[in-house]
Ligand binder design. Sequence first.
Ligand SMILES: *Cc1c(COP(=O)(O)O)cnc(C)c1O
Length: 340
Amino acid sequence: MEKQNIEWGKLGFGYVKTDMRYVSNFKDGAWDEGCLTGDDKVVISECAGVLQYSQSVFEGLKAYTTEDGSIVCFRPDLNASRMADSARRLEMPAFPEDRFVDAVKQVVLANESWVPPYGSGATLYIRPYMFGSNPVIGVKPADEYQFRIFVTPVGPYFKGGAKPITIKIADYDRAAPRGTGHIKAGLNYAMSLHAIVEAHKQGFAENLYPDSATRTKVEETGGANIIFIKGNKFITVGSPTILPSITRRSLEYVAEKYLGLEVEERTVMLSELGDFEEAGLCGTAAVISPVGKIVDGDKEICFPSGMEKMGPTIQKLYDTLTGIQMGRIEAPEGWIYKIK
Ligand SMILES: *Cc1c(COP(=O)(O)O)cnc(C)c1O
């Protein structure tokens, strides 16, 4: 297989149109058989449910080449089940989970020349998504939906090493109690855009949202869960209003089973941020971004791990999880889904 002529190491995190994508339509109460297509355009009614009332959900995962030359992706079954959960919360029909994983495989295989080579640091980002496609003007769920998957090659998240970032406690709220914070829906991102644009203008990399009800507890950033280290403890946020990150759940397992850390998934108060030794943001794109500093109004919390490099324990977590993903370290049963 001839690879695309791309400088893989220089790619950013952007959209590049590849050869093929997957499409399946839901109509009259059933999903059609689905197919691959070269057509990157979506044609829907001007009154489609997604355009009027934002009925859409999405997922994000990666395919990559491992050390032995296989093409794999990481725990796609968890993306399938999370997308089904997201869909149900927005009164959309779930796309069957086994078909989701099969469709991921089909799209990656159909774009094999776009899968970056091992060692390049680049990966093939996979974006499954689904939206209400028929006209909806009175407020109600759509009757027809489209499920699609496209892929795009993305560069190494950290070019030249992962430098710790500075984040702020958000001035805005992200997720209402009993709201939609736990699902992967565009609507959660639309309303975070103003906050992130302002935070960037102020020189911060991300917003860390407190809980909306009391603004005393730590939740997550706009697109990543937060993790902490204190002594031998790996501490993550337990909250019904954060997105259940697959990276975070995998790190909890790695922390306990591979590194012998004590794992605590629990309420984390803003007032205890100063007790932690290391912090990081976790998600599919970067795996872990180290956090060096959190600014809360006129208060600064500077982690002892500093602003130069990842703290030692977060580094170990990062190295172990990326080692598992790339086939250098033996993976737990079922984590690596072989495409080819
Ligand atoms: C996608 C996402 C994450 C990260 O989840 P992963 O499954 O690890 O990629 C975290 N928080 C939010 C709000 C997200 O949308």
